[in-house]
Design a protein around this ligand. Structure first.
Ligand SMILES: [Zn+2]
Ligand SMILES: [Zn+2]
Length: 255
């Protein structure tokens, strides 16, 4: 520790003002959510995922726009479609992994592009759906996806639901719950202190009958989805209270 470079503090406080501007807009203002999916995500699955996003926006009471880019190209060249991001992630990834659900894609390689893309000049949140199995690092077999509630961004896969849940309607319900749960994190859920009751499975989760409960496997996710569906619950009262408190923390976008 004694011989640490003296200029380390200077490096730490040197920030890119444009990056700061973008981060502050994403944190404090009602920036839109850009929603997109790769072209191999079937239409019904894509719509179920989108429905999960809309569920949260509605529950939040926020006047936050969802810009549904879908799977079509919105521009030319780099960063012009969800397929471009996915193929670029595959190009940057060195490992070839397959855990029985086809070629796996590094979720980080997709996420990193949200920082690099030119479109963040108009700051926004990101939700990205793929039909490829995802992994995080060598310690994980697979992940449903990853959500960065600080950015905020989420990358989610429908692959395992398609492979493992034969009942069409229930599969779509599970996918909708996945997006409702992950986008719920982007909106700051569960966002309160649980003390002893708090579960710490890969981040904070709710313990009520609620979308914000954590499921660690497809069968567990199925059980939770079924239970909430029977009781007709998306978010529990505690989570709704948190959303209500957060509603006015965001300012309308400056013109
Ligand atoms: Zn979670
Ligand atoms: Zn809850």
């Amino acid at each position: 520790m004694a011989d640490r470079e003296p200029n380390v503090h200077i490096i730490r406080t040197t920030v890119n003002p444009e990056m700061t501007r973008r981060a502050e807009l994403r944190r404090d203002f009602l920036v839109p959510i850009y929603l997109m999916w790769s072209s191999d995500v079937p239409s019904a699955e894509a719509q179920a995922a989108a429905q999960g996003v809309y569920d949260v926006v509605k529950a939040s009471g926020q006047n936050r726009q969802v810009i549904n880019l879908g799977s079509k190209a919105w521009s030319n060249g780099d960063y012009s479609s969800a397929d471009w991001y996915l193929n670029n992630a595959l190009r940057m990834q060195h490992e070839a992994r397959d855990k029985g659900h086809g070629q796996q894609v590094s979720v980080r390689s997709i996420e990193n592009q949200f920082i690099e893309e030119p479109w963040q000049a108009n700051p926004h949140w990101e939700v990205f759906i793929v039909n490829k199995d995802l992994y995080m690092d060598d310690t994980t077999n697979f992940v449903f996806g990853a959500t960065d509630s600080g950015f905020a961004a989420s990358v989610q896969s429908v692959r395992r639901f398609i492979d493992e849940i034969p009942e069409e309607k229930f599969k779509l319900e599970m996918i909708r719950r996945l997006l409702r749960h992950e986008v719920g994190h982007m909106f700051g859920l569960p966002g309160r202190n649980f003390n002893v009751e708090q579960e710490q499975k890969l981040g904070s989760h709710c313990t009520n009958i609620c979308t914000m409960r954590q499921g660690m496997s497809i069968p567990e996710w199925a059980k939770l989805t079924q239970e909430e569906s029977r009781q007709n619950v998306h978010f529990c009262k505690d989570c709704m209270d948190v959303l209500a408190k957060k509603k006015d923390q965001f300012k309308p976008l400056p013109h």
